[in-house]
Design a protein around this ligand. Structure first.
Ligand code: IFM
Length: 460
């Protein structure tokens, strides 16, 4: 197949047999139509002045629910074989528990049937951060019953969609929900309480395990979990202990719980002035260690830290305030960086995959998100996002390098299909391989979409 991108064919030649290739999105970021669902913590947060950079709220987002067939055609044209999306919990259960919404079920029936009708495999996520506000008002993830609410919701999804969906992730990036939501307070629900952030981390992992059990009991054969894992790099020896703690809070804590090793001792020790961890129980640890059939890794950038004080400007999501117990470090991404301030460093994807496979042996891995935000230049001839093309090329190579190292990597999803609501950054950060104009709702594939299409379509 001829391509405008000379390196597409050599990249395609490295795609393993049976590899899943897809694009990813999430409900709150693209759906719109908030009037036909219950409110979520992100509606509350986004509607509070000053919380979202440009004041964007859930509507219209990408008005996706009004464009399902057209959007699925776009996905299909990319040559992928899977689509990762998330259910909106408050669309299915307006108050988080109780009777499901018939309209919500119908919406996702149309979506799931449309995905299958185009020969794509649905990769569903139950929770991509849009907790029903009604549950937040009952304590949210801090409520010791939260794992039961979540399992009820998981069972509903499994009962209704289980005849058509095998692969379901419980949570997307619980690190973000816990630490951006409850420590730094820059994500919903906007709390700055480090002790609570550590408890939310634990309760989310318990909920995930209980959700996995509920999914399996209702017939879902391939349940998993998605974490945002990365490689932490110490720039100097003095910062090595703090870098190790950051690795503990960002990566090891999640993998240790999953592997049945409990909360890492060094993390407990370094956070003992913040919490006594008395909310951890044997029963909870057993649930959190529930076997998963696969682990999704969302990777964007390494975390590079130094002991010297340095001002690297804004790096979205990277600061000492997101890591309880960490102080006296600077976050020092190297150039080149994306519009998020995130260092572009593909070898860290390889090392993240290799390290994760060592820490959680025997669990197949997927890259469930990878991509980059840039300030695109739009011209009448198109969107020539050469920087994003290079990002995808280098990170796909890095993923296949991990396969060469023996990592059981089963798939790769680009984040994101669309420019969409980038949470607290609103529309100011664009991750899409397809540009979306929020006013006209026009979809325009960028060069990165054409590049990925050429790679995906030329696989053997
Ligand atoms: O947009 C988010 C997504 O919702 C979760 N993973 C990171 C992406 C980029 O910040």
């Amino acid at each position: 197949m001829s391509s405008d991108f000379p390196d597409a064919a050599s990249l395609a030649a490295r795609i393993p047999h049976d590899f899943t290739l897809g694009v990813a999105t999430s409900s709150w970021q693209i759906e719109g139509s908030s009037e036909t669902r219950g409110r979520s913590i992100w509606d509350e947060f986004a509607e509070t002045p000053g919380r979202v950079l440009d004041g964007a709220t859930a509507d219209p987002a990408c008005d996706h629910l009004a464009h399902i067939p057209e959007d699925l055609d776009l996905i299909h044209d990319l040559g992928v074989n899977a689509y990762r999306f998330s259910f909106s919990w408050p669309r299915l259960l307006h108050n988080g528990v109780g009777s499901p919404s018939a309209k919500g079920l119908d919406t996702y029936d149309r979506l799931v049937d449309g995905i299958l009708g185009r020969g794509l495999t649905p990769f569903a996520t139950l929770y991509h951060w849009d907790l029903p506000q009604a549950l937040q008002e009952r304590g949210g993830w801090l409520n010791p019953d939260s794992h039961q609410w979540f399992a009820e919701y998981a069972a509903l999804v499994a009962d209704h969609f289980g005849d058509r969906i095998d692969t379901v992730a419980t949570l997307n990036e619980p690190w973000v929900s816990a630490f951006l939501g409850y420590a730094a307070g820059v994500h919903a629900p906007g709390v700055t309480n480090p002790a609570q952030s550590l408890e939310v981390f634990y309760r989310l992992m318990v909920a995930s395990g209980y959700g996995i059990q509920a999914l399996r009991s209702a017939g879902i054969t391939n349940p998993g979990l998605v974490l945002n894992l990365t490689t932490v790099i110490a720039e100097d020896e003095d910062v090595t202990p703090q870098a190790h703690l950051i690795d503990g809070l960002h990566n090891r804590m999640f993998l240790d719980l999953l592997a049945g090793r409990g909360v890492p001792e060094d993390v407990q020790e370094h956070t003992q002035s913040i919490t006594d961890w008395s909310f951890v129980t044997d029963e909870g640890l057993a649930l959190a260690a529930e076997k998963i059939d696969w682990l999704g890794i969302n990777y964007y950038t390494p975390i590079r830290v130094a002991s010297v004080s340095a001002d690297a400007g804004k790096i979205v999501g990277q600061s000492a305030s997101v890591y309880p117990g960490v102080s006296g470090v600077s976050f020092v991404p190297h150039e080149p960086r994306t519009a998020m301030g995130w260092e572009i460093h593909a070898p860290s994807l390889t090392s993240t995959l290799v390290t994760t496979a060592e820490r959680l042996p025997g669990v197949p891995l997927y890259i469930t998100e990878n991509g980059a935000a840039f300030d695109d230049v739009v011209s009448s001839e198109g969107i020539h996002d050469a920087n994003r093309v290079a990002y995808y090329r280098d990170h796909l190579h890095a993923a296949f390098d991990a396969v060469d190292h023996g990592v059981d990597l089963r798939g790769y999803f680009a984040w994101s299909l669309f420019d969409n609501l980038e949470w607290a950054e609103g529309w100011t950060k664009r991750f899409g391989i397809v540009r979306v104009d929020a006013d006209s709702q026009t979809r325009t594939p960028k060069d990165s979409a054409r590049f990925l299409r050429d790679v995906f379509r030329s696989r053997g």
